[in-house]
Design a protein around this ligand. Structure first.
Ligand code: MN
Length: 701
């Protein structure tokens, strides 16, 4: 067998003879298990696991990963049980194979829900042993390299999945080389025409550019030599899919992208990187704002390098990356560099620790997320890292995805900081919480004890962590508020019959709970508060076992204005304290307060199962908007006059609009915020003192 022996020889350069033999044994086991099976290309099936192992050998992966690679399709395709592998090759290898098989069974093309669940499984498998994903990536890489033999539809499905799931994962793990190959092969399979067009264009452009490239390279090398710096200068080529994405995303023309000349300078140590930077900035003028120091602040996947852009001769832009040999290897292989350049066990490279942290973070998200769709939403954002770097007031660096706001920052600092945040200072200036953060800013969070997350934050936060925690906090808040409203609603009905929740025997409550299939009394109260169950109906069940009808309860329930998320004011009639009101319980939304004579509820107003009589408690906090229609004679400075009268009565204008009805009379619509009816009366009275006022009406519906 030349295949396995050639591999064994390569392995013996970094593995012991015993380990090489174990890999060999796994190969023969796989060969026998897949006996008779063929790949679509006609070759014996075992050539595939052998190729996968060979990819992993290029990364210098350990013998267990290589054995798992040999056996990776055995459980899935030959029906050999995991236990059998465990006996033959030990638990670790069997677990790896099992993990890879589970990933193989995933079908990401199904509905979003299924996709999300798959992703969770993937994260779990990775968390148990990160080598699972490396074997899987190698498997996928070989399948992508041999994609041509598949039918068009299947080929596109696999290519799409590779671009959407596996390429971002490789990127997240810092495996640049694998990612680029995934992207170029995926691009070719998805868009064969576009791919070959760009390929041809790149080839001809390269021919034209040869001379300039050589010139720049020469002058860079000379510049290093003049400063006595040893370094390796090489031209960089962008990969096809990268060019395509730039053309689409940034809507740039092909020539514009190709007009940039890219070079890489590789040196011996970190120190030298900065010396090189100085030297090239001396040679050509740097483009302001383009310098990035990823050495001091590495990217989330462990990438380190200095980036700068220079104005070359005749103003040609030159992009330069400066890094050490070690950083170069990390940039190409990411987490795999851990095995490739392992010096000693305790000294794990950055990217390995970061990859672990990422997987750990994913699992935490999963535990918080209410459902798998919320989860996948969070993970997707994490898979496309475009970071901004900001500082805490104490100078700590925080890394956040692009577009993150102060709220994302607050949650990244600590969940409690996020939950109690009320305002922020960006570079010492008060700024809106929704403002996207810029790299280099210092962000300070102003928090207040007892403050709560605002549902509106969900409209602008970017990180999965912030989103999940806000939702979680809102759910908690909503639950406790629903319980307390539910308790008040239920007790109100019960007191009408000389009873109360406390006086109902526990067994009776338990009986009702099990009848409703609920666990806790709180669950029942929550249901009532949310409007899913009617207090009147529940009270009847609690009071009389036979369910004989009770008369409708008397006396209104007082609204305090502190009910929170489960109580809202109807937009159709905008009630304010002092107005006669009723509460309409709508399922899942809780209580909506309407004016007693609002037309929208006229049909159900007297139905005790749907509506509750309400009154206002004393001193309701907050401001309420009402709309006023003022008809008055047209005059100069009319808006100013209206504004100052509303102001004089302590009211506040939220909105104003005016149309002229005829030459003489103007109609002004005002939205004014007031405390209650008495306050509104004061505002109206003040408005009436204006000269020329014909009529003032409060608008409803
Ligand atoms: Mn396979």
């Amino acid at each position: 067998m030349p295949g396995i022996e050639a591999l064994a020889e390569r392995l013996s350069t970094y593995l012991g003879p015993e380990q090489v033999n174990l890999v060999r044994r796994a190969y023969f086991y796989a060969e026998q298990a897949h006996d008779g099976q063929r790949r679509r290309s006609g070759e014996p099936y075992v050539t595939h696991p052998l190729a996968v192992a060979s990819i992993l050998a290029d990364m210098h992966m350990d013998h267990q990963s290589l054995m798992a690679a040999m056996l990776h399709d055995v459980i899935e395709d030959t029906g050999i049980a995991k236990e059998a592998l465990c006996q033959q090759f030990g638990e670790t290898v069997a677990e790896l194979v099992d993990g890879v098989s589970k990933l193989t069974q995933m079908n990401f093309e199904t509905k979003a829900e299924a996709q999300a669940e798959n992703f969770q499984k993937m994260a779990m498998a990775m968390a148990r042993d990160i080598r699972v994903i490396l074997v899987k990536l190698a498997d996928r890489l070989h399948n992508m390299r041999t994609l041509e033999v598949l039918s068009g539809e299947k080929r596109r499905r696999i290519a799409k999945e590779t671009l959407e799931i596996y390429a971002p994962i490789a990127n997240r793990l810092g495996m640049h080389t694998v990612r680029v190959e995934f992207e170029d092969l995926g691009f070719k399979a998805m868009h064969p025409m576009r791919s070959s067009l760009i390929h041809r264009a790149v080839k001809s452009a390269r021919g034209n550019r040869k001379e300039i490239v050589a010139k720049i390279e020469h002058s860079l090398a000379n510049c290093l030599a003049a400063d006595g710096i040893e370094g390796e200068v090489s031209g960089r080529q962008k990969h096809l899919y990268g060019i395509y994405k730039k053309m689409r995303g940034k809507r740039r023309a092909f020539t514009e992208i190709m007009d940039v000349y890219a070079f890489r300078i590789i040196v011996d140590k970190v120190d030298t990187c900065y010396r090189v930077l100085g030297a090239v900035h001396n040679l050509y003028k740097p483009l302001p704002g383009r310098f990035k120091d990823y050495i001091a602040i590495p990217k989330a996947n462990g990438y380190q390098s200095l980036h700068t852009t220079l104005f070359g001769m005749h103003g040609v832009p030159i992009e330069i990356q400066i890094r050490t040999r070690e950083m170069e290897e990390m940039a190409n292989n990411g987490i795999a560099a851990h095995w490739l350049y392992k010096s000693n066990e305790h000294d794990q490279p950055n990217s390995h620790a970061r990859a672990r942290q990422w997987v750990k973070g994913i699992l935490e998200l999963q535990q918080r997320a209410g459902n798998s769709l919320e989860f996948i939403e969070s993970v997707k954002i994490d898979l496309f890292p475009d970071e901004v770097y900001v500082f805490t007031p104490k100078g700590r660096i925080m890394e956040l995805p692009k577009g993150s706001t102060a709220v994302d920052f607050a949650y990244a600092v600590h969940t409690d900081v996020g939950n109690s945040c009320i305002a922020c200072r960006i570079n010492r200036r008060l700024a809106p919480l929704s403002e996207p953060l810029q790299s280099g800013s210092t962000v300070e969070i102003v928090s207040a004890p007892g403050a709560r997350p605002n549902p509106a934050w969900l409209n602008f936060v970017v990180t999965g962590k912030a989103r999940t925690h806000i939702r979680h906090a809102l759910k908690q808040q909503r639950r406790s508020e629903s319980i307390s409203l539910g308790e008040r609603l239920l007790n109100k009905v019960l007191t009408g019959f000389d009873s109360s929740l406390e006086r109902i025997p526990q067994e009776r409550i338990q009986a009702i709970l099990s009848e409703y299939r609920l666990e806790l009394t709180e669950d029942l109260l929550e249901d009532i508060g949310l409007g899913n169950r009617m207090a009147y109906v529940v009270a009847r069940r609690l009071l009389s076992a036979e369910g004989e009808p009770l008369p409708a309860p008397e006396g209104p329930l007082a609204i305090r204005g502190t009910e929170g998320l489960v109580l809202s004011y109807a937009k159709c009639c905008t009630p304010i304290p002092g107005d006669p009101i009723v509460g309409h319980l709508s399922a899942g939304k809780g209580m909506v307060v309407h004016l007693e004579n609002c037309r929208n509820i006229s049909e159900i107003r007297h139905n005790p199962e749907k509506c509750v009589q309400l009154s206002w408690a004393k001193d309701i906090p907050g401001e309420f908007n009402v709309e006023l229609r003022v008809e008055l004679e047209h005059q100069r400075g009319l808006i100013a006059l209206l504004a100052s009268s509303v102001n004089a009565a302590d009211g506040n204008i939220e909105k104003i609009s005016m149309d002229e009805r005829d030459g003489r009379i103007s109609v002004v619509q005002l939205v004014v915020s007031v405390h209650d009816r008495v306050h509104l009366a004061r505002v109206i009275k003040k408005l009436r003192t204006l000269t020329g006022v014909v009529r003032i009406t409060r608008m409803r519906t």
